[in-house]
Design a protein around this ligand. Sequence first.
Ligand SMILES: *Cc1c(COP(=O)(O)O)cnc(C)c1O
Length: 411
Amino acid sequence: MKGFVDKPSYIVELLEGGVTLEDVIDGHICEQALVEKSAFVVGDLGALMRQHVCWQSAVPRLQPYYPVKCNSSPAVIEVLASLGLGFICANKTEVSLVLEHGVPPENIILSGVCKQLAHIKHAAKNNIQHLVCENEAELSKISRVHPGAKLLLQLTTEAHAAETSMAFGFSLKSCRHLLEAAKELGVQVVGVTFHIPSSCQDLQQAYTHALSDARVVFDMGVDLGFNMNILDIGGGFTGSEGQLKQVESAVRPLLDAYFPPLSGVQVLAQPGSFYVATAFSLAVNVIGKKVMNRHWDSLTPGVNNEDTEFLYYMNEGVYGPFSRKLLGNCIAVPSVHKHALCAEEEVFPSSLWGPSLDQLDQVVERCLLPELSVGDWLCFSNMGVCGLEEFSCLSSSPQLPVYYTVSTCDW
Ligand SMILES: *Cc1c(COP(=O)(O)O)cnc(C)c1O
């Protein structure tokens, strides 16, 4: 194992000959055990490359545009930029970050349905032409400060509205009106974007509606003289190959019918979680422990009966790297470091809490774990969807260390 400095901002450890990610986590746990036992993050850059290979073989027609908000660590941006991905940026800061990594402006889309004027100007100044738009107020802002923009109109989908309980995008009803307004203002419309979240239960139905609606918008656009050539089918890819194949089998026949390759329409997608979710793991330390019975009376520690429930406190919680929990996402039960559970070992109802002693700071609700001790380490996998800022500024320690690795075979 040897480390090398790749960029002043982060260090990537190259894993040689059979050294695994678990070994790396072990190593850092040993180091931490000697100091403060602070939580830390391990990022496996090889996972990004493996996901890219999976994407390209499963959905070769879908050009991946990575939404920066999913995880904006410089190492992630650098690897994805070198793999040739496009980027979806929600604001000026994200645009600057991506440009700094040498991404050409034509591979960047400024998303967001309500954008600050200064951010639209910044896009214009940096030759970023592709902007998302869904309403007239936005249209008139764009026509004033970025008249050369090429717009992707954000079409609403039921699945997206259901997830956010907010109406995102324009409906088919208002479509002609919006296109005519663009025409009047002299702003080009070049395509349509929509989003179907991974929580959607009926993918087939959702994509059928969205793609046939998109076709209607394309036809209207062409009617009005626009050169409609970009279709963006959004995100909603969890990261599992099985789910990607499900989306593919829902989408491909529809694309072949409505937007066949010969139509010359470029088809994009926005895989965010898909690329980063599995690439990051978080190790946290157990800093406190309480034993309760079902009636929430304290029991003598170690008493072992079926009423026993353990509460464990960890050194990070929802005001740090588990902020996703506050947004209603479930955090999966962690593995216990260096603990292979044997069949006859007893497990207990347990819950995992952050350090704030705040009611909201429950990271994992009731789960079954062997009895832990203060000082034990827990490893949470699938922690990649979260900005690096969240790894640092909100957590109890001033900056959570992030250790990047890549194995020689991925390299
Ligand atoms: C967050 C986001 C996505 C993708 O997120 P997934 O978790 O990959 O579905 C896609 N597009 C936009 C505009 C987003 O904000």
